[in-house]
Ligand binder design. Sequence first.
Ligand SMILES: Nc1nc2c(c(=O)[nH]1)N[C@H]1C(S)=C(S)[C@@H](COP(=O)(O)O)O[C@H]1N2
Ligand SMILES: [Mo]
Length: 495
Amino acid sequence: MTDRRLTVVIAILASGVSAVATSFAIYATTEDFLVSSFNYLLLEVLPGAFVSSIIQQFGNLALELSLIFSGGVLSVILGVGAFVGFRLGVRVAPAYDPVVGFVLAGVVILLPAVLVVGSITAVVPSALVGAGVLTLFATLPRSSAPTEFDADRRTVVTSVAGVVAFNVVAHALGLTRRDQRAERELQERATRLEAEHLVEAVEDHGLEGEGVKPLIADVGDFFQVDINPSPPALEADTWSLSVTGLVADEREFAYEDVLEMETVHEYKAIRCLSDDIDGDELDMALWTGVRIGDLLSEVEPEGEYAMLTGADDYFYSIPLSDLEDSLLAFGMNGLELPAGHGYPMRVLVPDRWGKLHVKWLEEIEIIDAEEGGYWEERGWHGMGPVNAVTKIDRINRPGDRIQIVGHAYAGGRGVDAVEVSIDGGDTWEDAELSEPLPDPDTIRQWRYEIEPDDEAEGFEIAARTVDGDGTVEPEERTDPFPDGATGWATRSINA
Ligand SMILES: Nc1nc2c(c(=O)[nH]1)N[C@H]1C(S)=C(S)[C@@H](COP(=O)(O)O)O[C@H]1N2
Ligand SMILES: [Mo]
């Protein structure tokens, strides 16, 4: 590489890095900061699976790493832009160089920067500094032609030292002006994006089949069961969660306190105890929240059970060990938890019926004995694991074939197989299943095709689930009341 080429590369980097540093000095971590905005765009266009795996591997560090990466990429883009703009300017108006070069360099920096940040005024200082630094390197005291990046080595080194000094000062300024809130907003954004990506990722796990239930229900389609006609109207600002009773230290957690804890995402289905075999009270979502065990470790509980109470006075007691594994969720499918599903926060207990997932949670009282819950006082049972269930969603007839699609759920045991019989239960074959998700407490789609048979006049279809423990769903039909419905899904169809 000749010295001139090296000077060009140095000029490009110095220009881009200084433009970014200027933005950092002025906007610290706010939305007008070039790198934050660029990072946000980048997170959105990168493949979801890639982003998720990075965030899972590196945790909070991933955000810092992605900011550094974004800053680097952006510096190169802006620096190259400035160089191209400058050369163009010098070429079209040689008489006015380097002034026109400087102006065009600035314009070419502005274009991508405005696209990233969405505001011209926020990026003008960066464009000025970036174009200025590039022009400086182009016109350093020279021996031959002007504006040719052709200074002697010592001058270049001195200029680089100046640029480095500027960058150090700019970063120091940015760091002192950086405010914690903006950083948390960025963190929350990353969390939300990660959730969105995890939701999208599930689409790749789904089975093709007309009318099959989507693995993740849209928030608006997710079934809802409430003891009141309208949900309690709560505000995150004034909401708090008290942990009381048998604890070393009673504590009250504000919404922000919970957000500061380690965030987890979890795919989980909810099934209501009143869901019949052919009912519609089973849906799955991606939930975002914190592990309740993390929260409890701050209060040192001294009892065996916990009484959970919602703002609507709905209540359930559950064993402390179950509560520790539960999620305190504030996000659903990458969105803020909707009012109808428990805003601002709700509980999700692994492998338990929907009724235990107390919404609008306001109090956890640590107690020493089981005290039942709202529906127990009304004759219902079912404090244990969710019954397995197999649902037939649709019977399709593409061409002369018969295709049956459905979904299955077996609580925390997971669905190992769905078996289908077309002769009323005498013989069984495995249906095809959607890929398992990382969390077992989820639904799986299934699909089964009946081979055309000229003899048959009709089929007695039955479908049953084998759970992760190898237990086959029993044939016997029972009503949802009081222990939850059981029995195979069945249909009679003509050939
Ligand atoms: N506070 C409160 N939590 C509640 C309920 C309720 O009425 N109030 N209903 C429960 C029942 S019976 C079920 S099945 C689930 C349903 O959750 P979803 O409405 O988000 O689907 O919430 C449970 N949590
Ligand atoms: Mo329920």
